[in-house]
Design a protein. Sequence first.
Length: 112
Amino acid sequence: MTYSPEHIEIAKEIMRVSKRLEKSGDALFAAADEKATKERIYREELAKQILRRKAEGFPATLVGDIARGEVAQLKYERDLSADMFKASIEAVGALKTVASMLQTVHKKYDNL
């Protein structure tokens, strides 16, 4: 069987996408770890700030708001890492779609 240059290029692209998918698993695990770490750091520091403000005698109705203001940067980092994790999942999904599309086109070339 003779393969056309397009057929060969599609096969090569399938291999490239496959390798990217393999690497994306590691990146996804790293993003998940980052997300969990940022969440832990934020919650630990928020708890410390709440206790600190209570000990300083701030009214209970204000303690939470003041504490959250003190850890706003950590909350930003937490939210950013969560959004990056979601974006990573979507990127992997897009790669899977590309791989599926390429495989479909590759099979069509096989049937010609």
